[in-house]
Every structure is written in C-alpha cells, then in structure tokens.
Design a protein around this ligand. Sequence first.
Ligand SMILES: O=C(O)CCC(=O)C(=O)O
Ligand SMILES: [Fe+2]
Length: 315
Amino acid sequence: MLRSKGTFREIIVMASPTLRKFISDPASIFRTQSAGIRHLYSLLYNAFSPSYRIRRKLAHTAIKPDTAKVPHDKGFLVVDNGDVFNCNEVIKFSLNTCKNCGPNVCSEKDYLNTGLVPYDQIGIDHPLLKFALDENILSIATEYFQAVPLLVNLGVWRSSFSPEQASGSQLFHCDNLDTTQLKVFIYATDVSINDGPLTLIDATKSSALRKKLNYKWTTKRYRVSDQEVEDTIGSSCIKTLTAPKGTMVFGDTSRCFHYGSRVTKLGKERIVAVAHYASSLALARPEAFVSGLPMAHLKNKVSNEVHRYVLAGTD
Ligand SMILES: O=C(O)CCC(=O)C(=O)O
Ligand SMILES: [Fe+2]
C-alpha cells in the first residue's frame, strides 16, 4: 500500500516540473504571481508566525504619533534634511566612502555600485546603523507596515554614467522581494535631471498600471519601457525626484513603479545612502534571504527590543 502511494507520487512529480517545483519550494511559484496571490500566500504563511504577532504588538512602542507618515495611497514621501533625521554624518560617510574607493570597484552593474560598504564593517556606532535604527525613521517604517520591519539592506550606492543602453533597474519595474517594502534614500549629492534621479509612479497609479499591463514579477514582464508606460497611463504621473543633497526619499519600490541611475554624459555621479526595510511577511520567500539578514550579527549588541526585531528575522 505504502509502496503504491510512493509510486503514485513519484509519477506525478516526474510528470510535472511545475508540480515538482511547487512541492520542493512553494515560495518560488508564488513569488512571481500577481500582488493579490503573493499577498495571500504571505498572510497564510505568517498566520502561524508568533514572531509576526510580536512585531505587530511592538509597533505600538515604535510608532511616534507626531512623526511624518508615508501616505499609503502614494507609497512614497520626500523630506528635507533634518525634518525627520539629521543626515549630515551619513552624507559625510557616504562621500568619504566613494572618495576612498576610486572608480568602478566591485560593481555588479556598470551604472550602479551597491556593494561599497562590507556589512562586517558596520558596527553598532556606525553612522549607517544609527540612520537605520533612528527612532523617527523606524517610526515611519513601522507605521507603514503596521509591524516592526526587518532591515534587509544597508549601504552606500554610487551611480555613474554608462554608455550602454538603459537596462535592469534603469528601466521601470516593481521590486520583487515582496508585494510591499520601503527603501529610505539619503541623497549625499545634489541630484539634477542628468544625475540619474530616482523616478517613480505613485502606488495608486502603479497599481492601475500593473492591472492594465497584467504585470507580474516574472522575468518576461519584469521591466517595462518608458514608451509602454506612457502609452498605458500617460507621462504626467511620472515623478522625477531631482533634489538637493540631504533630501530623504521614502519609497515603496514594490508598490511603486520606478527606475533610477540614468546618469547622462553631462551628469555627475549620484551618491545615496540606503536603508532598506521589509515586512517580516517577506520571509515567506526564503530564497530572497539566502545570505541572511545583513545586520543580524548585531542583534545581541542592542538592548532595545524593537531594534533586535529590526536586525534579526527570528528570535
Ligand atoms: O538606481 C536607482 O535609483 C533605483 C534602483 C532601484 O531599482 C531600487 O532601488 O529598487
Ligand atoms: Fe528597483
């Protein structure tokens, strides 16, 4: 009896690669589906997660009622230096990092280098970590997710001119880590039109665009041309976030179509510091976290419970 059950399963698994993939790694199927299906999967997965419940409870401690909010319908917020956080130390660190690195170091893309600061060089008193754990910034991120988020990335990004045709994240897309996430950018240089400004479409218009394009986070539909965006919803909803040094942008790069780093020949390099948060619901897709959370090793060095949950996925 057992033997024939086993054989039956083997036949099905052999007959269908999709089914085989589904059985061995269900997340890999769901992560490329529509926002609704991805969200449902995350919710089901996390319905059984005690850590998510704690994150929702702790949100009451982390949210400061008088701090700015990222409007949910827009999915992004732009603020000046000092309005929620004093960026000066982070700017100084970011500029020094790029000065000391020289051009074109360890870049995975020729127009954007995101690997300038090795995670093991970020200690508890590092300006980047102070930025990522700042109470106002965590208040904004926690309010946005309605739960204490995870810090999934932290660093300094340098964009420079590339003669190649725009590709990858220089083309409109929605990030596929999860159906929602929040990146906080600190502009360390003035960013004018030629310096590769972050360019985005608000969350409500992006949702309409996703529906019209039947956009899924698969490779085939992952990037969308400017022409396709303009033909589908027009160009008036495209926001080009040119701004002076010290500006902070909070952006949900999953819900908002966006691109950046199109530095032109006339432009200068763009330097930004980035703290990247996700809901712990994103852990439903463990393949996105194969190398772990970048700052998890610091979780025992902080005494604040909210900070421990921000730094580490599980307790
Ligand atoms: O280079 C940029 O400004 C945008 C990169 C990007 O796609 C992102 O941050 O998700
Ligand atoms: Fe992106």
